[in-house]
Design a protein around this ligand. Structure first.
Ligand SMILES: N[C@@H](CCC(=O)N[C@@H](CS)C(=O)NCC(=O)O)C(=O)O
Length: 209
């Protein structure tokens, strides 16, 4: 498999970490959505990362769709999202909050990188910031009730992976303070110590556009 996109994107990194955890070998095309956009569009008509090229040449784009494929290949026993019931519903909700924070944070970053200062609209940025922090605060409340555990208790799930990738990116890119979310910071620290996270960590936030 070929994974296209840089690991400073939480959407790309959560796919890379999941592939490593589940034992999928892959090549990594470390292409930027800025300078390598034309090359990315040869694979993804949308020009977005992550994009994955499967062994038979089929192309998948959108991290949720790629993760769903990985889970379906390994089967319900090893899948990173539980197969059914309350556990599945809760993991999907936690992922939705984390990925929602990522989208709002990404929009804030793009406001700074892609838009000329005179065209920036502060009320919109404030709204995005408020939504991003709202999602993090919801996750903090959830995990504060489970100290020393993963988000879903004893087993690491896609919710932990997604949240950690999102937190690592936005913490650096938007200078978020660890003290705001002590429980999430502890959880992310536990994940970042795992070899799959170490292998995909960006030493700095590289602007990708
Ligand atoms: N919903 C998408 C979001 C992916 C995304 O926003 N990727 C960014 C990089 S962090 C990107 O490709 N940006 C370029 C663009 O959209 O033009 C997913 O989960 O895969």
């Amino acid at each position: 498999m070929l994974l296209i996109g840089m690991f400073d994107s939480p959407f790309v990194r959560r796919v890379a970490v999941s592939m490593k955890l589940l034992g999928f070998p892959f090549e990594h095309a470390n292409w930027s959505v800025g300078k390598d956009h034309a090359q990315i569009r040869r694979y993804s008509p949308l020009g977005r990362v992550p994009t994955v090229v499967l062994e038979d040449g089929e192309v998948l784009t959108e991290s949720a769709a790629i993760l769903d494929h990985l889970d379906s290949v390994v089967g319900p026993e090893r899948a990173l999202v539980p197969a059914n019931g309350a556990a599945r519903r809760q993991v999907l909700q936690l992922m939705a909050l984390a990925i929602g924070a990522a989208e709002k944070g990404r929009d804030l970053i793009y406001e700074r990188i892609a838009r000329p200062p005179e065209k920036r609209h502060e009320p919109w940025e404030q709204r995005c910031r408020g939504q991003m922090h709202g999602a993090f605060a919801g996750l903090e409340r959830w995990h504060a009730q489970r100290p020393g555990q993963w988000l879903m208790g004893e087993h690491l799930t896609q919710a932990d992976i997604t949240l950690t990738c999102v937190w690592a990116c936005l913490r650096d890119a938007l200078a978020l303070e660890d003290e705001l979310y002590p429980s999430l910071t502890a959880l992310a620290g536990r994940c970042e110590a795992l070899p799959e996270f170490v292998a995909t960590r960006m030493p700095w936030f590289a602007a990708t556009i």
